[in-house]
Ligand binder design. Structure first.
Ligand SMILES: [Fe+2]
Length: 342
């Protein structure tokens, strides 16, 4: 793991900067703040920026952990019972800004019209009624390991989490492609576009608000839901591996894959990969003030099951999607500087 711990001096330097930005912007979803984020990264300690750049360019590990950001749990107040509305008057705005700036060293943050109502920064918290549903807000059921948004050609290069609370140290699970024995796998078969990948539940209309309050956005979002439905009805076949044969990139979400109609060779190659991943998954238990970046090309991730408390003390994370190629999704976004994929 690529790991850095912030020093007391780092926190002392960051606190006034983050406090001023929080006063100026009010919410993490302020488009002005998100637009300025790449410029504001120069306010981060330079050794942190260098650490992130080493991770971005050299790919020394699929997991990058920054720990030690000051979080006052008492000041956070209760964990919200739902993500809806939590972007307003956030008690964690300073930490959210820090998270945004770190992510902006690696690339451009972006959102999905079909996920958490198009917000850029998501909440990851248990929601009552979702306990056994395959979704990040579940709890009693583990979250199966996956590539984030594996079904979509515009999926992010990184999925990032910042921990505000994790009282039971519930583990995020990660498998780094660097830990896999590729010589024992049928890599050639996995590079073929033979694997049916479906959209995951987080993009379903029943997990969104009925209306965003903006008719134009609602119309674009309807189109997006319809496209995702068409991928469910008529799934697209894609390769599971891409990039370099020796150090491949991966895109797979087995829970949302349909294996019927696959050739014997594809099925065997896929099973071999899944078995190796299962055997090499590692736990990463995030603590308050931890920011973790998971390379979405070089790792799959999931989460262990846990019993939610629903008393305000539950596990609470923030999540960002980061791309190194925002232009790659231009056909899906209404304007060059719009960061939401429709
Ligand atoms: Fe995920």
């Amino acid at each position: 793991m690529h790991h850095l711990t912030l020093t007391p001096q780092d926190n002392a330097a960051l606190t006034p900067v983050l406090t001023d930005l929080a006063k100026e912007h009010g919410t993490i979803e302020d488009p002005g703040l998100i637009r300025r984020a790449p410029v504001l990264t120069r306010l981060l300690p330079s050794h942190l920026v260098e650490f992130l750049e080493t991770y971005r360019l050299g790919e020394p590990s699929a997991v990058c952990l920054i720990s030690g950001l000051d979080v006052d749990e008492a000041q956070l107040g209760p964990t919200p019972s739902h993500w809806r509305g939590s972007q307003h008057d956030s008690p964690a705005l300073r930490q959210e800004i820090f998270f945004l700036l770190c992510a902006s060293v690696l690339g451009d943050v972006f959102g999905w019209a079909t996920q958490q109502d198009g917000r850029i920064m998501h909440d990851v918290l248990p929601i009552k009624g979702h306990e056994h549903y395959e979704l990040g807000s579940n709890s009693l059921q583990h979250l199966s390991w996956h590539t984030e948004d594996a079904f979509h050609p515009c999926r992010g290069d990184y999925v990032a989490l910042m921990c505000l609370k994790n009282p039971d140290l519930v583990a995020t699970t990660v498998c780094d492609a660097g830990d896999l024995d590729w010589s024992a796998l049928d890599v050639e078969a996995l590079f073929e576009p033979e694997f049916t990948q479906m959209p995951d539940n987080s993009h379903r209309p029943e997990n969104a608000s009925e209306s965003t309050g903006d008719p134009t956005v609602d119309r674009l979002r309807q189109r997006s839901f319809a496209l995702i439905q068409s991928w469910n009805d008529d799934p697209v076949k894609r390769p599971v591996l891409f990039g370099d044969r020796q150090q491949p990139y991966m895109a797979l979400d087995p829970y949302h894959m349909k294996t019927d109609g696959w050739s014997q060779r594809s099925t065997r190659a896929f099973q071999g990969l899944c078995e190796q991943i299962e055997a090499r998954m590692k736990d990463v238990s995030l603590r308050p003030g931890d920011v973790v970046f998971v390379d979405n090309f070089r790792a799959v991730h999931g989460r262990k099951s846990f019993r939610a408390r629903y008393d305000g003390s539950d596990r609470w994370l923030k999540r960002l999607n980061v791309t190194r190629n925002l232009r790659g999704s231009r056909a899906w976004r209404p304007a060059p500087d719009n960061r939401v994929i429709y």
